[in-house]
Ligand binder design. Sequence first.
Ligand SMILES: [Cu+2]
Length: 593
Amino acid sequence: MDGIRSLLGHGNELARHFCQRVRFRTLVFVLTLLFIPLTILFILYLQWHSAFEAPKAEMAEHFNPVMTLGPERDLKFLLHPQDHVSRDPGIRHFSWNITKGMIAPNGVQKDVFLINNEFPGPTIEARSGDTLEIEVFNFAEEEISLHWHGLHMRGANQMDGPVGITQCAIKQWGRLTYQVPIGDQAGTFWYHAHSEVQRGDGLYGGLVVHNPTASPENIEYQYDNELLFLVGDWYHWPAARVLATFMSPTSTGVEPCPDALLINGLGYFDCSMATHGAPVNCSHVEKPWLMLNKKYRYRVRLVNVGSLTGFSFTIPDSNFVYHSILYPAERVDFIVSWPESVTGADTEVIIELDDEFFLRPNFALTPTQSFLLAAESGKHQSTNNTTEVHRLSLRDVKGPPLAEPLPSPGKTFMIYTAIEALTHLNNIPHGFINHAFWEPQNLPLVSLDREIWDSHQLVPWTGSEPTWVELTINNIDANGHPFHLHRFDFHVITSYEGKGGWDYYNPFTPTRPPRGGPFNLENPIHKDTVYVPPWGYVVIRFLADNEGIWALHCHVLWHQGSGMSMAFQVLGHEQKGFSDSIVGLSAENLCMT
Ligand SMILES: [Cu+2]
């Protein structure tokens, strides 16, 4: 029995050992089955990851790995004219929630304005004849307002945006529906904050009005697609802090230098360049990029959305080889196409910030930046082609010939402008126009009788009848000022950069001919923002025919914020202004809510 038991016992041992071996083999088999796909996945992950970790220098040299182009760094703002040019005009309604959020457009965190969670705000596309109806809900912890830059706002002065002139700011939790008539206009515009300096914290976006009647006669202007580029300098500090730095006695009127540049809300920044004096919360981000089908011709709509600096924008190897400085708030449209030899090649877009204002340089700033312009089709080889860049000055650009020479002005005005730090203002730099630096009163000017406007309001009246106005802007400073006139496109009949002496123009002493030569009354350029050169002047003419109070100011945010702002009162009452008209009463209404 013992033997049997022991045999049975031995048999049990064998059976148990057998079972264990079977279990072990099953386990090994299952593990092997799992291991193989996991290994494959791991190898794939390593390849993918190493593609992202490619050394920067190599990336720059061979714009190669298209695999690294993450969709969140895509610069392409493609426009949709086909949705607008063949439909009937109508009301385009938008509902916007405005908030602030911590985002890192170039890897550096900043509290930025968001419209429906987007920065830049949504691009508005419309056609001539539309009316925009934009319902703005303010969920930010600051009062805000919006301006529709370049639109004529015919009959809608109270919807123009500037706080202190045509409206009270929209309070926190407040709401305002802007009614913006587009009329017969078409072109590249933009919208931005016109309250405090919030434009510098990202409260802006593109506004493109497509022209349904455009019939390009010249093959040169035919194109397949349209792109929008919102390009500008960028500060890591909140704009209010930058303005406070500028408006301190120690700045001596030198503008703080920007930290970076953004293109369509994206940029890049080398975190190791941040200084101890201006620490930032920075993490590495990939350079933004753009991919286009280079067999197409593109119409590019370019806007300077920056706060201080002009820039040049070039696309080497393309047929767009002009190089010109675009100043804050200026826009330019151009056609870009590529010769057959480079349609399959990866090339670049190069943006160079102008150093006019970099008297106190910021070593963290990379003033010239390039962005990959990859070819949608082709072998993605890089190119060593270099195209000669032709320099073009917007100041030399002529407009189309006028049907008749510009009429003589019914009213002539002259202003002098300068940044000055005066002792009676504690040496705090202010932007002066004549003897005034602008500050808002408690209520917008359209709702107040002229008699109670204070001394900060420089608002000449153009008279009770529509008339042609000639305005001379003399600039005493060693740097230029890009001036923007609300509501009116004007003809720039002369522009002159001085040599540092007393080179200004006084239209009231015509015995002395202007140093900049005779006026161009035949084919002057027509625009709404003009760069007034250093120690020089521009002379503009416009037909003052639309009633309202229309701001005129430097578009350098720090100059505007320190007072370089005024306005024209067109039509209305000589003493009462618009205080008892619909414009004034509706503005007053908004202030009460
Ligand atoms: Cu300025």
